[in-house]
Design a binder for this molecule. Structure first.
Ligand code: CA
Length: 242
């Protein structure tokens, strides 16, 4: 197959799959500026740097071996969304305190409330080289996943909440679990647990997006392939290394 027809196939695939529109997205190309249909404001936790090449353009470097770094987003109107999808690209360093640590290191945490107003938390996290999800709600707790994270490589990650089902995605692998049902989310911390916490990503993050709907496996697969394509065409691996 020629390159031209291959490109045509990708285009057709994109049209058929119908690329979902993010509620908000952050390219992290040197700033925290958001795009999307309802841009939300992202603020830094600590002082992450933007010196390295990412999946596309620059990315954010989080040093959670030495200091608590990440991003924080107040979800505002988004809190009313019960179905949601979070996607990002992450690359953990292999150094101590970031990957093979036995303490959980958060990729994202949603701080929320049940309909009864009780505190609820949803974490996508890596512990000892394995990604899992931690969901705590007075009606049901969940700690499950067990997806091995490739060392030192960019990986596509996602969390999908659809009604009483929760799924986590690592590249093209997916695991789904039952949860307690709708709850609203008020704040999202990315790459960290909270202000000043070192239990976050020690490495790089890029292309963070938030959707107010549950993306299908096909839509997530498309995002994964698009990211892989961007990495393959990579404009500069300077500093980032691949
Ligand atoms: Ca970027």
């Amino acid at each position: 197959m020629s390159k031209l027809s291959l490109a045509g196939l990708f285009l057709l695939q994109a049209v058929v799959a119908g690329a979902a529109e993010p509620y908000a997205s952050w390219k992290l190309d040197g700033s925290y500026a958001a795009g999307g249909s309802q841009p939300l404001r992202m603020g830094p936790v600590g002082t992450p740097s933007f010196d390295d090449a990412g999946v596309s353009g620059k990315c954010v470097r989080l040093d959670n071996a030495a200091s608590g770094q990440g991003m924080r987003v107040v979800l505002g109107e988004f809190r009313t969304a019960t179905d949601l999808t979070f996607t990002a690209w992450v690359r953990f360093t292999t150094q101590e305190g970031g990957f093979s640590d036995t303490a959980p290191h958060n990729i994202v945490r949603f701080w929320g409330k049940t309909p009864e107003g009780q505190a609820a938390v949803l974490d996508l996290r890596v512990r000892d080289g394995v990604m899992d999800v931690y969901y705590t709600n007075p009606a049901r707790n969940l700690q499950a996943g067990n997806l091995a994270v490739p060392v030192g490589q960019w990986v596509f990650v996602a969390v999908v909440v659809e009604g009483d089902s929760l799924s986590i995605v690592l590249n093209d692998a997916r695991r789904s679990f039952p949860i307690a049902g709708p709850q609203s989310y008020e704040t999202m911390t990315v790459g960290t647990v909270a202000q000043g916490s070192r239990r976050g990503v020690n490495g790089w993050m890029d292309e963070v997006s938030l959707y107010d709907e549950a993306l299908s496996p096909e839509e997530l697969g498309l995002l994964y392939r698009q990211g892989r394509e961007a990495l393959a065409n990579g404009a500069g691996a300077a500093g980032g290394g691949r």
